[in-house]
Design a protein around this ligand. Structure first.
Ligand SMILES: Cc1cc2nc3c(=O)[nH]c(=O)nc-3n(C[C@H](O)[C@H](O)[C@H](O)COP(=O)(O)OP(=O)(O)OC[C@H]3O[C@@H](n4cnc5c(N)ncnc54)[C@H](O)[C@@H]3O)c2cc1C
Length: 634
């Protein structure tokens, strides 16, 4: 299909505005500082005429404006041309760098300990919440919500006391999600598989994976007879592929080989099966099966109901016949905007007048008045479009009575002082903005290479094509977005998720940019670079082509049926996780993140990077720890 047929010229919401790349460039030219910039659609909620970030379409998440300043600092190009900072007259008890969940939770815990404290949160983006952001669409007058990043509360029963307490105190009763999450909404629909022409030779779509016999699923697939036979075997037969080893030996061995090696060397699969399985671990590991150990695949499972075939006949310590680690709770703890609701509830609690209401239900549709976030009358202030560039002790670490911070805004550099500071931004950023940190600690901070992800949301006029094909989610091995699903059906607080196929719908599409064959960190770096270089229109074209190819047989027309696109680009996504058994081996408490997060004078370090785990609760826990450290002062 050519660009016209794909609808590249169609008037969708995002076309009313410049995409992030163009706007960031303009902002840089206009301000002299490559700072932040307005690019949102007409506000759906909240006061009109002011920037309303959740309604942003086009390129969002970490758009170019969100890292322009920090990249200049990283490249050593910032200070040579930086304007002189305006003298800071403001003083706070605590300044927090980073308005993600960790920073917001830090403010929450600090204020709890010091109810009269003055706290400032400096956030580089146009929105608060960090990864826990919110997407809003208005399709034919109907409001649709989704998570820009952080999706669900993962096993909240296992939260540690600090995160569990915060969630409880905010008023979140997770048991209610058993009512709100419509677990049977998509009953009767199944998982589809799309084989693309580029990898497999021709486009082929089949519905019914995990419900119909595997022999039916693969019968017409563009795979060699050997690959088909092997795929059917590994999905259906309980064979022990390491019969000579005990369960403990199996586990130990499977930690030393990749899942792809396990498939070819031990399960004796034809190499033709590998492309089909290649991106199965993308959502949790950010790399393909060649870079994740067979044991990690078995152990991690998958939140989207997919599985890693080949373990059915193997006792890997769970007992014979148990080849999948059961998650302790279902994956249903999901607000309509994901964990953005947690961020919004934190803001509501911290900043009076910003968001009305008091319950976990009314937060869903409550408008946020962004003008209130940095209100001088409030004790807690959140300053958006403010990139912290320097954090130093005053006058120096040995004699300090406080901290001096410098931050960049679209209007120039500003200064502010504080008694203490929490760096709730990423480890790689902390290392760059806190020059006094010891060299060894900076190295430990630099170890963390975050995993890049793209969470794309496509607003559709209707989802009849999915209904017609009989699917609610689609696996598309090796396609640009390897996974597509109808958004989670959650009805709460007056928000009704789309129920009829004639209703407008949000599609969630997932991409992990990888570079086959490299070690994980190198893949993350290469993936980030790829994202950095890809303009929005290329991503849009990929989306339209892929949806047209997957759904076209059911009448889907990308030029007609797409109402809006938001590409949430998280180039700095998941915290680096150290439990990659193929690559990392650390003694307890000795991971670089354990050492990197130690406090330095009046500066403490939070963020999920400190936990080595990309989760909502760990971000909160790290905020709690950091607050305990800074409370020692004054
Ligand atoms: C795509 C995605 C999906 C996820 N899904 C889930 C999920 O379903 N469940 C779950 O539990 N966890 C999930 N996670 C993990 C979870 O979102 C994170 O662990 C958590 O939100 C991180 O919060 P944080 O505050 O530590 O970091 P962030 O959210 O990254 O916040 C740090 C903030 O610091 C800001 N910042 C950076 N540098 C500066 C600077 N110099 N000055 C000022 N501000 C700065 C950034 O803009 C950012 O807003 C997901 C993560 C991603 C990326």
């Amino acid at each position: 299909m050519n660009d016209n047929e794909l609808g590249m010229g169609a008037k969708i919401t995002r076309r009313d505005f410049l995409d992030g790349v163009a706007v960031a460039a303009l902002a840089g030219v206009a301000s002299g500082l490559p700072g932040c910039s307005p690019q949102s659609t007409t506000p759906l909620r909240g006061p009109a005429a002011i920037d309303y970030p959740p309604a942003t379409t086009g390129l969002w998440g970490q758009d170019n404006s969100s890292y322009a300043v920090m990249h200049k600092i990283r490249d050593g190009a910032f200070w040579a041309t930086a304007p002189v900072a305006a003298a800071g007259r403001e003083h706070y008890d605590l300044v927090i760098v980073g308005g993600g969940l960790s920073g917001l939770a830090s403010a929450y815990f600090y204020r709890q300990a010091r109810p009269n404290a003055r706290i400032l949160i400096l956030e580089t983006r146009r929105d608060f919440g960090g990864h826990a952001g919110r997407n809003e669409f208005n399709v034919n007058g109907r409001l649709l919500l989704s998570n820009a990043g952080t999706q669900s509360m993962e096993s909240p029963a296992e939260y540690r006391p600090s995160a569990a307490r915060l969630v409880r105190e905010l008023g979140i009763d997770v048991s209610r999600f058993y009512r709100y999450f419509q677990q049977h909404r998509y009953d009767g629909l199944s998982t589809g598989i799309f084989f693309n022409r580029k990898t497999f030779g021709r486009d082929y779509f089949v519905a019914g994976a995990y419900t119909r016999p595997w022999s039916d699923i693969f019968a017409g697939a563009p795979l060699s007879p050997d690959a088909k036979a092997d795929l059917i075997r590994i999905h259906t037969q309980g064979i022990d592929y390491l019969p000579e080893l005990s369960p403990a030996e199996k586990v130990a061995y499977l930690k030393t080989i990749s899942y792809s090696t396990f498939m070819t060397k031990h399960a004796r699969c034809n190499a033709g099966v590998l492309p089909y399985l290649q991106d199965r671990p993308y959502d949790l590991f950010g790399t393909g099966i060649e870079a994740v150990s067979a044991f990690d695949c078995f152990n991690a499972g998958d939140d989207y109901g997919m599985e890693y075939p080949g373990f059915q006949g193997m006792d890997l310590g769970l007992g014979k016949g148990k080849w999948r680690r059961e998650k302790p709770e279902p994956y249903i703890f999901h607000f309509p905007d994901g964990n953005a609701s947690i961020a919004r509830m934190l803001v509501r609690s911290l900043v009076p007048g910003s968001i009305p209401g008091s319950t976990m239900e009314d937060i869903v549709l409550a408008p946020c008045d962004y003008r209130k976030l940095d209100d001088p009358d409030n004790q807690v202030r959140i300053r958006l479009n403010a990139t912290t560039v320097k954090v130093v002790h005053d006058p120096d670490p040995s004699r300090a009575s406080g901290i001096q911070l410098t931050y960049a805004t679209p209007h120039g550099l500003q200064g502010v002082s504080a008694a203490t500071c929490i760096l709730a931004c990423w480890h790689v950023v902390s290392r760059l903005i806190a020059p006094e940190l010891p060299p060894g600690q900076k190295e430990q901070l630099a170890y963390c290479v975050k995993e890049p992800y793209v969470y794309t949301h496509v607003a559709l006029d209707n989802w009849r094509a999915f209904k017609k094909l009989g699917v609610y989610q689609i696996l598309a091995p090796t396609s640009y977005h390897y996974f597509t699903m109808l958004d989670y059906p959650v009805d709460m607080g007056g928000y009704q998720s789309p129920a009829s196929p004639d209703d407008p719908m949000i599609l969630f599409m997932l991409r992990a940019p990888t570079k086959y064959g490299l070690p994980p960190k190198e893949q993350y770096r290469a993936g980030r670079w790829e994202l950095f270089r890809t303009p929005f229109f290329e991503i849009e074209r990929n989306i339209r082509q892929q949806l047209g190819a997957m759904l076209g047989s059911a009448g889907f027309d990308p030029a007609r049926d797409i109402a809006a696109i938001t590409v949430n680009r998280w180039s700095h996504g998941y915290a680096y996780e150290y439990d990659k058994t193929l690559w990392e081996h650390w003694a307890p408490g000795q991971r670089p993140c354990d050492l990197a997060k130690r406090p330095f004078g009046r500066i403490s370090i939070a963020n999920s990077d400190s936990s080595g785990a990309a989760f909502t609760d760990t971000a909160i826990d790290e905020g709690y720890r950091a607050v305990g450290e800074v409370l020692r002062f004054g």
